[in-house]
Ligand binder design. Structure first.
Ligand code: URA
Length: 227
């Protein structure tokens, strides 16, 4: 992991990945951070939420989306009838990037180099989970997972067909006219991008309720796809 890209172990499951990620030194963010904040959720999850990076409280507790953004996400999930316990929640970058300002630590958007260094962890999570739907929370995750040109404001709330990154291409279709099911036939994966919960929190008071409702509406699209 000294070459600037994480090298996750294979065949170790989510817990094994989390243990390995705890020692990741693939970028410099590990040093000022308290700990790696790995993804959390059951290996059976059909839906994966991908945020940007842990915030202050996530860095202290070691768990994703437990601070103010996490509480807003919890409310939005409840309104969309999605049980957080059925979902896997993770981040594109697994260390908190910040600049100290007195006693406070100010969030800094991760750079392309941090996304690149951390990406193998995300791909390993996808490889274990093979989710049906991935939800990109905010521009950082959406641009990284869908396309650099992706614009949340224009393209949010739509389920797009998506190939899980980092996985081998699907096997050639079994042309034989037999009754054997194709081996390891990959199920279709979808991705949907929506606003980051922190963006809702930053929305000026007069527009905040509408921003929250728009997030819930996008999450209902996800809930309907899983029903
Ligand atoms: N914001 C994120 O993107 N991820 C977290 O885990 C918390 C806040």
């Amino acid at each position: 992991e000294e070459n600037g890209v994480a090298q996750p172990p294979t065949g170790v499951g989510l817990e094994g990945l989390a243990s390995a990620a705890a020692g990741c030194r693939a970028c410099e963010l590990w040093e000022p951070a308290t700990q790696t904040v790995f993804g959390e959720g059951p290996p059976t999850a059909r839906i994966v939420f991908v945020g940007e990076q842990p915030g202050d409280q996530e860095d202290r507790t070691g768990e994703p989306f437990v601070g103010p953004a996490g509480r807003l996400l919890d409310k939005a999930l409840a309104d969309a009838a999605i049980d957080r316990r059925d979902a896997y929640i993770t981040n594109a970058v697994k260390h908190f990037r910040f600049t100290p300002k007195g006693k406070r630590r100010i969030h800094q958007t991760p750079g392309a180099e941090h996304l690149r260094a951390c990406r193998p962890w995300l791909e390993s999570e996808f490889a274990v989970l093979r989710p049906e739907v991935v939800v990109a929370l905010g521009a950082t995750a959406a641009k990284s997972l869908i396309a650099p040109s992706f614009r949340i404001t224009q393209d949010r709330g739509r389920l797009l067909p998506w190939a899980l990154p980092g996985l081998p291409p699907p096997p050639v279709t079994d042309e034989a006219d037999d009754d054997e099911p194709d081996e390891a036939a990959p199920s279709q994966t979808w991705i949907l991008a929506t606003t980051h919960p922190s963006a809702v929190l930053r929305t000026p008071e007069e527009g905040r309720a509408a921003a929250f409702d728009a997030l819930v509406e996008d999450l209902r699209v996800v809930a309907a796809a899983l029903a």
